[in-house]
Design a protein around this ligand. Structure first.
Ligand code: FES
Length: 121
C-alpha cells in the first residue's frame, strides 16, 4: 500500500524559483559597475551581486568568517570577492573559500532573456 505523507505546518518545504531582479540585461549592465558588488535583498535573503569581466555572479552576502556584508567589499582581478573586514577571499564562480578554513559561500544561478534578468532563489 502506498503511503501518503501529510505535511503539517512544522514540516519545512523548500522550493526554488526564478525571481526577476532587473527588467532587462541592458538595465542590469547600466546599473552594475565592473567589480563593484551590490547588495540585493530577495525573498529576505541578502545577496551579493557582482559584475566581473562582463559576467554576472550572485553569492550570499554574509561572510562565512564573521558575518560582514560582502557587498561592501571588492572584486579582485582573479574574480574573487574580498571581504572588507579581514580580507578573506571567495571565488565568485563557485563560492569556494580561497585562503581560509571558512565555509564556502552559497552561490545563486542567474539567467536572462527578453523579459528580464532572474535569480534562482
Ligand atoms: S568577516 Fe569576512 S573575513 Fe572576517
Amino acid at each position: 500500500m502506498k503511503q501518503v505523507r501529510d505535511l503539517s505546518q512544522s514540516d519545512k518545504c523548500y522550493f526554488m524559483e526564478w525571481l526577476k531582479i532587473f527588467p532587462s540585461e541592458e538595465v542590469a549592465r547600466a546599473t552594475m559597475k565592473e567589480d563593484k558588488p551590490r547588495l540585493l535583498i530577495v525573498n529576505n535573503k541578502r545577496i551579493c551581486l557582482a559584475l566581473h569581466q562582463g559576467g554576472f555572479f550572485a553569492v550570499q552576502d554574509t561572510c562565512t568568517h564573521n558575518g560582514e556584508s560582502l557587498s561592501k567589499g571588492k572584486v579582485n582581478y582573479l574574480g574573487e570577492i574580498v571581504c572588507p573586514w579581514h580580507n578573506y577571499r571567495f571565488a565568485l564562480s563557485s563560492g569556494e573559500a580561497q585562503d581560509s578554513t571558512c565555509r564556502d559561500l552559497t552561490t545563486y544561478a542567474l539567467k536572462w532573456d527578453t523579459s528580464g534578468v532572474f535569480i534562482r532563489i
